[in-house]
Ligand binder design. Structure first.
Ligand code: GUN
Ligand code: FE
Length: 482
């Protein structure tokens, strides 16, 4: 028997269409066309979750008179479960999963030299890549990440294995061949020509490998100069040219650490700011993802704003490496799109949920420090980042950073169905049961308010145990064994 053409989910739907809008549809219904992987309709206040009701909904959403009997798979979520758009990690390094939690006593430049470059150089061995990457990718997926922007290493073949592993696992991703042609150790460096030609070779391979695959393309190559200190202006310009010719996104690091910023100033004395280095190379645009952006001057901010470039906020990493605290409200007030990144292994965990609460903690620390210095904070600048805002950064905000805000990030008709099922009542759940949470129990007559409290608990307490199903393009790519 062929699998049903449609799926309908009944239960609580949670999403954040905008930063300030936490939308909770307690009795929702959501339909997916399994052929296209897209959401075909949403129902609000639907209390009948029978197969007949699902079939009637599908018929009304598709406008089809033809019978959909037997062609609809129904999933009824429990009262502890909700559907959320898939979590988006806008910045992570796949090879760095091997030294999670190590070396956080060192600042960025020393950490790179002592651990990172040495470790990444071992991916010259493609067998190691083959053995290592599938475990790393499975871990990212089990954390509910449906879409991630990965850095690989400088090695084209190992990066192809990475891209292939992700595609086979069914995750959506940007994958980049790391480029570094100067100020890099002899055992982990390449020539300018290798940076540019290697990137083009990798781009062609990844685009070619996916040929006529049905549904929206899962893996897209991303042009990846590691960061200004390890790239010559010639290589940066060449990479800018590749991005333009192939219409590809770009990712790099920007203003992460004070010593790094000082080094860039020394290396590029003609540039007016760190961001200006990328700008002059043609690497700043709407499809550019700049990680960190902690130590930003007015000129850096201006260049990002005017070019439309986006920011990956990586608070876990910024705390772990002691880099500083990015002012996300300042970035967002300037109209710069912001999403969240785990920055494994500068960050010690692939959990975007951790990044969400770290973003909240970072923002609180920033506000407290300012108030201590006597600053008067006005409007939202004085309001700590809320749970709903953290969800926005991890979903719709991330989708904008990845250039797919119109395709992903919220539960709206027409969007691709990249989503997770959250279950707050699993064995060993870090989120307490409703029965032992009087604060929720007493809200029984106010289901919207009760869900708001549960969502806050999800953001501040939950982990991968609570993420029980992961869907990309409508396909179930991960399910927790129960
Ligand atoms: N800057 C250049 N390379 C890296 C890296 O691998 N991790 C982080 N956090 N920052 C970088
Ligand atoms: Fe990074």
């Amino acid at each position: 028997m062929s699998s049903p053409k449609y799926s309908v989910f009944f239960g609580c739907l949670v999403d954040t269409p905008s930063l300030n809008e936490l939308r909770i549809r307690t009795n929702g219904a959501l339909g997916v066309d399994q052929t296209t992987g897209r959401i075909i309709g949403i129902g609000d206040d639907v209390t009948d979750s029978s197969t007949g009701s699902a079939e009637a909904l599908v018929a009304s959403w598709t406008g089809s008179q033809a019978s959909v009997k037997g062609d609809v798979q129904v999933t009824v979520l429990s009262s502890d479960q909700f559907l959320l758009p898939g979590l988006i990690d806008t910045h992570t390094h796949a090879p760095q999963f091997a030294f999670l939690g190590i070396g956080h006593d060192l600042p960025l430049m020393d950490w790179l030299e002592k651990y990172t470059f040495k470790h990444e150089s071992s991916f010259k061995d493609i067998e190691l890549a083959r053995n290592f990457y599938s475990g790393a990718i499975n871990r990212v997926i089990s954390n509910g990440v449906t879409f991630a922007a990965y850095y690989g290493t400088i090695h084209v073949e190992s990066n192809r294995i990475l891209a292939d592993t992700i595609r086979k696992a069914g995750q959506r991703a940007f994958v980049g061949k790391v480029c570094m042609d100067v100020n890099s150790p002899s055992y982990y460096s390449e020539s300018t020509a290798e940076s540019i030609a290697g990137t083009e070779q990798f781009v062609k391979a990844v685009l070619g490998d996916q040929g006529n695959e049905s549904g929206a393309r899962l893996v897209t190559p991303i042009v990846t100069p590691r960061f200004a200190p390890t790239c010559s202006m010639e290589s940066l310009r060449g990479l800018g040219d590749v991005a333009r010719r192939y219409q590809l996104p770009v990712q790099s690091h920007l203003c992460e650490n004070p010593s790094e910023v000082a080094f860039v100033k020394q290396l590029f004395p003609d540039c007016t700011s760190y961001a200006d280095v990328y700008h002059r190379a043609g690497l700043l645009g709407k499809r550019s993802i700049m990680a960190h952006c902690v130590h930003m001057g007015a000129e850096d901010i201006r260049l990002l704003r005017e070019s439309g470039a986006c920011v990956s906020h990586c608070p876990t990493s910024n705390f772990a490496l002691g880099s500083g605290i990015a002012d996300v409200r300042r970035l967002m007030n300037n109209g710069i799109p912001v999403g969240l990144g785990t920055d494994v292994g500068g960050g010690y965990t692939p959990s975007i949920l951790d990044a969400m609460r770290m973003a909240a903690a970072a923002n609180r620390a920033l506000i407290a420090g300012r108030r201590d210095r006597g600053e008067i904070l006005e409007g939202r600048d004085g309001v700590p980042l809320e749970a709903g805002e953290a969800v926005f950064l991890a979903t719709q905000g991330g989708a904008r950073v990845m250039g797919m805000a119109d395709q992903l990030g919220s539960l709206d008709s027409g969007k691709l169905f990249d989503a997770i099922v959250v279950d707050l009542n699993v064995p060993l759940s870090p989120v307490p049961a409703v029965s032992s949470t009087p604060a929720v129990k007493c809200l029984e007559d106010h289901p919207d308010e009760a869900w708001r409290v549960r969502l806050e608990q999800f953001v501040f307490l939950a982990d991968d145990r609570n993420i029980t199903r992961v869907y990309v393009n409508g396909n179930l790519i991960h399910a927790k064994q129960t």
